[in-house]
Write a protein that binds this ligand. Structure first.
Ligand code: GDP
Length: 201
């Protein structure tokens, strides 16, 4: 299987027609702006600054592709960081363009093996997350990271995970895996990495 810790920046694409041909399976990271997506990618790839935080919104208008080196017999794979949606400080029309870029990539990419949705554990599944998930074909694996889990106590974390699983089931995604996740405490990081790498095996 491909290892997340081999991730190397490949290219930035703002127009899906410019997307390079797939070299193997791809995993897309999606989420609201500020949900903790960049932090999650960096922790999963054991890197400090692979994905840039949302304070640089210029970078977030694009799909950022990262190559994962093949290990053993496995094909090379890619991570795809998509624009965070719902960023309050940009005009509505721009926000919609960013959301569509992520949505159209997720809907139309044959090589897509899985989607990692990063959601703030205190917010749960928002309307924008649901819109994005609606683009994802049913065949694509789904992992939901409940980010910033360190902000809640153990019982609150458990309840948030149950609520997320129920919200996903209501939307036909009872197959999705839900993991409480924190880059500060390390909760869920190894589990999430193993789940994603298994998609790429
Ligand atoms: P993105 O916009 O989704 O890429 O979000 P970032 O990764 O840039 O994170 C947004 C903010 O949440 C930053 O201030 C991070 O430091 C903070 N953050 C991210 N992950 C965690 C976490 O696990 N715990 C806590 N307490 N804060 C986090």
């Amino acid at each position: 299987m491909a290892s997340l810790s081999t991730a190397q920046f490949c290219t930035t694409v703002t127009d899906l027609r410019r997307l390079p041909d797939a070299v193997g399976p791809e995993v897309a990271f999606v989420g609201r702006s500020n949900a903790g997506k960049s932090s999650a990618i960096n922790a999963l790839c054991r890197r400090r600054k692979l994905a840039f935080a949302s304070r640089t919104p210029g970078r977030t208008q694009a799909l950022n592709l990262f190559d994962l080196a093949p290990v053993g017999e496995a094909a090379p794979a890619r991570l795809v960081d998509t624009p965070g949606y719902g960023y309050a400080a940009v005009p509505q029309a721009t926000r919609e363009t960013w959301g569509r870029l992520a949505g159209r990539y997720v809907a139309g990419r044959d090589a897509l093996a899985g989607v990692v949705l990063v959601a703030d554990i205190r917010r749960g599944l928002t309307a924008l997350d649901e819109e994005l998930l609606a683009w994802a074909p049913a065949r694509v694996h789904l992992l939901v990271l409940l980010a910033k889990a360190d902000k809640l106590n153990r019982e609150e974390r458990r309840r948030a995970a149950v609520a997320m699983a129920q919200a996903l089931a209501l939307r036909g995604r009872d197959d999705a895996r839900v993991i409480a996740f924190s880059v500060l405490s390390g909760e869920g990081v190894d589990e999430a990495r193993a789940a994603i790498e298994a998609w790429l095996a």
